[in-house]
Design a protein around this ligand. Structure first.
Ligand code: B3K
Ligand code: ZN
Length: 879
């Protein structure tokens, strides 16, 4: 496969002004007529028209009315070139595609018999020949024709111009999008659907029609998506002065979808997972996910659609920024300080769980990658979540007002343009009169920076010196790194736990100073420090770095009890837990993976107890503070990973907490019930989370009483959050009643696809589940590899979320992985390629496991027929 480089970017040879598409929709043979007006791009030296097409049959090609024959154009792979083209031309192209056999779910495909599209990144070329690149923006008019009975609803981008009946039981709809857009934002839906709709008043007094389209039978699950959409529209108006620019905004839910959702102009298409919810079938996390994703896609209308990316290397321009926006939206929707902090803690957990490992593995890439083989492989936690951290750092450095000025300038300069990450950075710099040249390294250098902090209090001089040393490990293709521009938010706690006033270089910084670390070794001096403080460094996780500091347990306990910054307060608890987990993992491993004579100190248990029972703290915060680092976070700290040792050590800690804090956990279990009608508000979610964590800890060392409690909660649950928590407690405790509960759960919810996914996922993740049980589950009548949600719920959950089962010493988990990657690749390369990444960090495991993993990787890499997607991932893993 061919590698594409960012440095090779050239402007498009031809621009497209208008596109008229005509679709005669038929699952077995859809005819697409494309008429577009093109003109030579003055910015390009190229004289050929370049069109991309993939998996489509070219029926006719006309240029200014003349049919082009063999000698008039050249087709090489996916590229069709028309040499010697005139300055301006009308191109007419007729192609045929077969939606019903399109299992890739990219381009035009069918799901449950209806038509849907997914064009980002390069799916439009699977529909028609087109300069399918984001810097070609055109105005689209779309005519849809289909059987009226089977596909009563015909949707596309923009405004509905006309609809009516045709002969032979068919009908049509004509749509026009008033904004020019890149082809990746094109969408159509032709389906049997119903909708919840509402007229919504916008800030400027206009009214927009909002619709949420779902399959019949799901209308009782659209309220939350609709509410989230309205909140998103309001929030964008209020926080950024950005308005909905269309008269109509539609969300469509589809059961077969590769990712979460897609921001097609005016016609967002969503995975059902991020639309459908009611208390009976959806958990608190599902509700939160819906709010975040509905917000995310809506916010793309400005950050992504009105201002789009020049090329796919700039993906984080829209994704990092839009994730940042949806994060801020979710935080503002909660509104309280602790609520905000808890969302921030969640973000930090995601980074540590997924992004730091990516940044340290074979697929490590900068936020703005320099090269790729398959762009779909680069919709990553680095581009998205680290990208959002980079955007957040602007706000930390420039302040909220300064950041807003930068955003305003960005839209002023670039509305309806396709631009780069540098353009965004320059808007931030220019709007604030700041030099952000060095900040560019956050875009160009991969790897997680390490910041080492050394401190010294000088009693005589009453100064406190903070020395910060930064470094960044090598990543593929980047051996040496230059220093980053890192905002480090710092507070100092006095012995009474309160923040000390901060003065640096004679300047008053309140109680949190944002220091700007720009050199590899830099020292900051706080003056007027009258007592030995405890440093709270990297408050609010002010930069995506690994902070190293030789904290003593006493200092950590002090921070865990008092830090006014909730994120660092939580962080102190994580550090206390991590040091224990690492030590215990070592002990378990050297005992040959036997849990014997392990011990957890009182300091740790007491610190946990204190937070658990502190009713002045929000339950949501207490839940986060009591959650242990995950197995993968522990693995990330180790040079040699023995997954079973990690699991056993962590289970020991969970059980010990469960046993030694039994009384307190039971009390919190009772105190945090949420009787009455279910509501997904932050306070109730926090209570349920703490209550269900208590239940989980109690059942980590199960006795009859705790098992009975889980059983009772399962039987009496009135919402999915409590039901799943109870079922999972039973399953993880290996309760005798677990099998029966699982069966009852399935029987009750077998008609709800998203709940069946949970049912598979819960079993896939259970440490009692091995390869054989997964294979057994794959024979269940409800299982299919063809539906991405279902495949992920069982196969990906097992491979990426069940370390014990997956890393079985005999390598059977890896053999299974290879088989499934190969099977999935034949159907859906994007889903296969995600699964392939479960092996990313294979070189970190014990030698025996490594050998098995390598063999499995080689088995996949050795396949003659493999998608570019999977080939790139396994190739980089083995490189
Ligand atoms: N922009 C889409 C992702 C498309 C992924 C293509 N493989 C969803 C989003 O980030 O909003
Ligand atoms: Zn996005």
């Amino acid at each position: 496969p061919q590698t594409i480089y960012r440095k090779d970017y050239t402007a498009p040879s031809y621009l497209v002004d208008t596109v008229e598409l005509g679709f005669d929709l038929d699952p077995a043979r859809t005819v697409v007529a494309n008429r577009m007006t093109v003109r030579r791009n003055p910015a390009s030296a190229q004289r050929e028209i370049e069109l991309y097409g993939e998996d489509i049959e070219l029926v006719a090609l006309r240029l200014n009315g003349r049919t082009l024959g063999e000698g008039d154009y050249v087709v090489e792979g996916n590229l069709l070139r028309i040499p010697n083209a005139p300055e301006e031309a009308t191109l007419e192209i007729e192609t045929i595609c077969v939606p019903e056999s399109n299992t890739t779910l990219s381009g035009l495909y069918t799901s449950n018999g209806s038509f849907y599209t997914q064009c980002e990144a390069e799916g439009f070329r699977r529909i028609t020949y087109f300069p399918d690149r984001p810097d070609v923006m055109a105005r689209f008019t779309v005519m849809l024709r289909a059987d009226k009975d089977k596909y009563p609803v015909l949707l596309s981008n923009g405004n509905l111009i006309e609809e009516g009946d045709l002969d032979g039981g068919r009908h049509y709809a004509l749509w026009e999008d008033p904004f020019k857009k890149p082809s990746y934002l094109f969408a159509l839906v032709a389906a049997r659907l119903v909708c919840q709709e509402e007229n919504f008043e916008l800030a400027d007094g206009r009214t927009a029609l909002l619709q949420v389209w779902v399959e019949e039978g799901n209308l009782d699950k659209t309220d939350y998506a609709m509410q989230s959409l309205k909140h998103s529209i309001r929030w964008d108006e209020e926080r950024w002065n950005l308005e909905l620019d269309l008269d109509r905004f539609m969300i469509v839910a589809v059961g077969d979808f590769n990712m979460g959702a897609m921001e097609n102009k005016g016609l967002n298409i969503f995975n059902t997972k991020f639309v459908l919810a009611n208390p009976r079938v959806a958990t608190d996390v599902d509700f939160q996910g819906i709010e975040a994703v509905v917000g995310h896609e809506y916010f793309h209308n400005w950050t992504g659609n009105r201002v789009t990316c020049r090329d796919w290397f700039q993906l984080s321009l829209k994704e990092g920024l839009t994730v940042f926006r949806d994060q801020e939206f979710s935080a503002d929707m909660i509104g309280t300080n602790t609520g905000r902090a808890v969302t921030r803690i969640d973000q930090v957990r995601t980074l540590r769980q997924a992004q730091f490992p990516e940044d340290a593995g074979p697929m490590a890439h900068p936020v703005r990658p320099d090269s790729f083989v398959e762009i779909n492989n680069f919709y990553t936690v680095t581009v998205y979540e680290k990208g959002a951290e980079v955007v957040r750092m602007y706000q930390t450095l420039l302040g909220r007002d300064g950041f807003r000025k930068g955003m305003d300038l960005y839209f002023q300069r670039h509305d309806e343009q396709a631009v780069t990450c540098d353009d965004f950075r320059l808007a931030m710099a220019d709007a604030n009169g700041r030099d952000l040249t060095q900040f560019e390294r956050w875009y160009s250098q991969a790897g997680t920076p390490v910041v080492q902090a050394e401190t010294r209090w000088d009693e005589q001089a009453q100064t406190y010196t903070l020395r910060l040393i930064q470094s960044c490990p090598p990543t593929p293709g980047q051996a040496e790194k230059l220093p980053f521009h890192i905002p480090i938010a710092v507070g100092l706690l006095g012995q009474d736990g309160r923040d000390l006033p901060l003065t640096v270089d004679g300047k008053d910084h309140g109680t949190t100073a944002v220091l700007e670390l720009t050199e590899s070794d830099q020292t900051f001096v706080f003056t007027g420090v009258t007592e030995q403080p405890t440093p709270s460094i990297l408050r609010d996780f002010s930069a995506p770095v690994i902070l190293k500091h030789g904290y003593s347990d006493a200092e950590l306990v002090h921070l865990f009890s008092h830090d006014s910054d909730p994120v660092n307060r939580w962080e102190a608890g994580q550090r206390l837990a991590m040091s224990r987990l690492l030590k215990l993992t070592g002990q378990v491993a050297s005992a040959g993976n036997v849990v014997d004579r392990l011990d957890l100190d009182d300091t740790f248990i007491d610190a946990m107890r204190k937070i658990l029972v502190d009713d002045t703290l929000d339950p949501s915060f207490r839940e986060q503070a009591l959650l242990l680092p995950t197995e993968s976070m522990i693995a990330d700290q180790l040079d040699v990973v023995d997954p079973l040792a990690i699991h056993l050590a962590r289970q020991f800690v969970r059980a010990d907490i469960g046993a030694r804090l039994r009384t307190e956990l039971l009390a919190q279990y009772d105190a945090n019930q949420t009787p009455g009608e279910y509501s997904p508000d932050a306070e109730s979610i926090g209570k349920r989370a703490l209550k269900n964590l208590a239940l989980a800890y109690l059942n980590a060392a199960p006795d009859d009483a705790s098992l009975a409690l889980a059983q009772q909660q399962f039987d009496g649950a009135t919402n999915m959050t409590d039901r799943v928590a109870a079922l999972s407690a039973l399953v993880h405790a290996r309760a005798p009643a677990a099998a029966d509960a699982l069966q009852r759960f399935y029987d009750e919810f077998q008609g709800e696809a998203l709940v069946v996914d949970k049912w598979f996922a819960m079993q896939a993740a259970a440490p009692t589940t091995d390869v054989n049980s997964v294979r057994e589950l794959m024979t269940h009548k409800a299982f299919t590899l063809r539906n991405p949600n279902r495949a992920r719920s069982l196969v990906s959950t097992f491979c990426a979320g069940n370390a014990v089962g997956f890393h079985a010493p005999d390598g059977s988990g890896y053999g299974f992985w290879a088989e499934q990657v190969i099977a999935l690749d034949a159907l859906n390369p994007q889903v296969a390629s995600r699964l392939a990444r479960a092996m990313d960090r294979w070189r970190r495991y014990t030698p025996d496991l490594q050998a098995h993993m390598k063999r499995a990787l080689q088995q996949v890499a050795g396949q003659a027929k493999l998608s570019n997607d999977v080939r790139e991932v396994v190739g980089k893993a083995l490189a």
